[in-house]
Design a protein around this ligand. Structure first.
Ligand SMILES: Nc1nc2c(c(=O)[nH]1)N[C@H]1C(S)=C(S)[C@@H](COP(=O)(O)O)O[C@H]1N2
Ligand SMILES: [Mo]
Length: 440
């Protein structure tokens, strides 16, 4: 009851705008930033919570600091010059409207109704997924080093990278854990709702171009990408770096980019400043941020986030089966109506986005209250690695509950399951999205 009361539509009905929220792990506290015309409105809205526990209201700035410290309790933070202050980074994310899951590392998702809008997400509302502290790299001293099985090891400054031919690509990034909280039974890991996905236009240099400059030596088949971030993980005494690998074939197939701009702005520190990898079509774990080093080898990468995480572990007929997490599954999300929304009778537009790592979207079908699937109209440009807008105009004749479901199919014929297959670490959940609204 209280959670429903705290939902954004319910808050809006009370004249309260919720701008961000956080739950401190291990302590039964909920923090959020809310805006209302005056404090009395806010206090009235909070009354049901006061019956269940303690409520404290403080001015917004202080409140943002509380949101930040709330997530920091368990891990002491050493704020050195080389990492971003977690409280500042969190405050920015809260103010931009991200739903904060944890503060250190900073993780926050885009709110699904916010997906409605332009072809790309504004940078501030682009979800954030970090495993460790956010490196605060200086652009002037930065060098990208390329070594291993190459003819000419390189150390490229940002100026040198900017002097190479620039390319722009609109690419959707989705966290492999997006939708994890909807798996039943529950799985460990960041409990993402459905908003760990966003789209941006990325500008930078084609990775192949840089590799050609370095010159690949005979036998070179694999690359390791090193991020500047590191930290302690379960089962390892020494801190591990964030590192991922790709084969040369995978790089050629995906046309990976070394990006320094996001939607025309210099990459921000939380999104990987000054340089990140963008691997179109792959779950975003492949798109290493704060990229400082590329090592060319003849051996597949065995780093922690390659070998121990980002594997599907299915349990099939009592046996474990595994496969590496790679291309994004096909998926549609409904951005309008939003959960719990009241729609007037008459004409309405059902809208959302759809994407797939394996190919363009060929169709999106919508079903209302379990009726037959009806094909939605695909809106805007078809881009290979970016989400596709879709819309269905329909007439709502009867009042009462309205369940909206949307299902995408891609050019390779892949479509969405009713329930995605459960796996131990909760990756790739592309179950058909369902939204419960009401016609009034
Ligand atoms: N260096 C580094 N790169 C990283 C990560 C990270 O923690 N460190 N997280 C990865 C994961 S799991 C995701 S989903 C995306 C998130 O990118 P974003 O924060 O720009 O949305 O970055 C990927 N690249
Ligand atoms: Mo992710």
């Amino acid at each position: 009851m209280l959670l429903n009361h705290l939902s954004r539509p319910s808050a809006a009905r009370h004249g309260v705008l919720i701008k961000g929220e956080a739950v401190a792990q291990g302590s039964h506290s909920l923090f959020f930033i809310a805006e209302a015309a005056d404090e009395a409105i806010l206090q009235a809205f909070l009354a049901p919570l006061r019956q269940a526990g303690n409520v404290e209201v403080t001015a917004a700035m202080t409140c943002a600091a509380m949101v930040s410290s709330g997530g920091c309790e368990e891990r002491p933070v050493d704020v050195s010059a080389e990492v971003l202050d977690p409280a500042d980074a969190c405050q920015d994310a809260v103010e931009a409207g991200l739903l904060i899951h944890s503060v250190n590392p900073l993780n926050g998702e885009t709110s699904v109704p916010d997906l409605a809008g332009g072809a790309v997400m504004p940078n501030g509302r682009f979800y954030l997924r970090n495993h460790f502290d956010i490196p605060n790299l200086g652009g002037d001293n930065y060098r990208l080093s390329i070594g291993g099985l190459v003819e000419r090891p390189l150390k490229l400054s940002m100026r040198e990278l900017h002097n190479l031919h620039a390319e722009s690509q609109v690419v959707t990034l989705e966290c492999a854990g997006n939708g994890r909280s909807l798996f039943d039974p529950a799985v460990p890991g960041e409990a993402w709702g459905l908003g760990a996905v966003s789209t941006a236009e990325w500008t930078g240099v084609r990775l192949m171009e840089v590799l050609e400059r370095a010159g690949l030596r005979a036998g070179a088949t694999e690359l390791t990408f090193r991020g500047a971030d590191s930290g302690v993980v379960d089962g390892h005494d020494a801190p591990v770096r964030f590192e991922r690998g790709l084969s040369l074939d995978q790089i050629r197939e995906t046309d990976a980019l070394l990006a320094y701009e996001m939607n025309g702005e210099t990459l921000s520190p939380p999104h990987g400043y000054p340089l990140r990898l963008i691997v179109p079509g792959w779950y975003a774990v492949a798109s290493v941020k704060w990229l400082t080093e590329i090592v060319v080898t003849d051996q597949p990468c065995e780093a922690y986030y390659q070998a121990e995480k980002y594997w599907y572990h299915w349990v099939r007929n009592g046996h474990d089966e595994r496969a590496q997490v790679r291309l994004m599954n096909v998926r549609a999300l409904i951005s309008s109506p939003e959960e719990g929304e009241n729609l007037p009778r008459g004409d309405t537009a059902i809208r959302g986005v759809a994407w797939s790592g394996a190919g363009n979207i060929s169709r999106v079908d919508v079903s209302l209250n379990g009726s037959r699937w009806r094909e939605a109209r695909l809106v805007g440009e078809r881009r290979r690695s970016a989400w596709q807008w879709w819309e269905l105009i329909t007439r709502l004749e009867e009042t009462g509950p309205l369940t909206v479901r949307a299902r995408a199919t891609d050019m390779t014929g892949r479509t969405q399951p009713e329930h995605a297959e459960w796996n131990r670490l909760g990756y790739g959940n592309n179950s058909i999205h369902s939204v419960a609204a009401r016609v009034i």
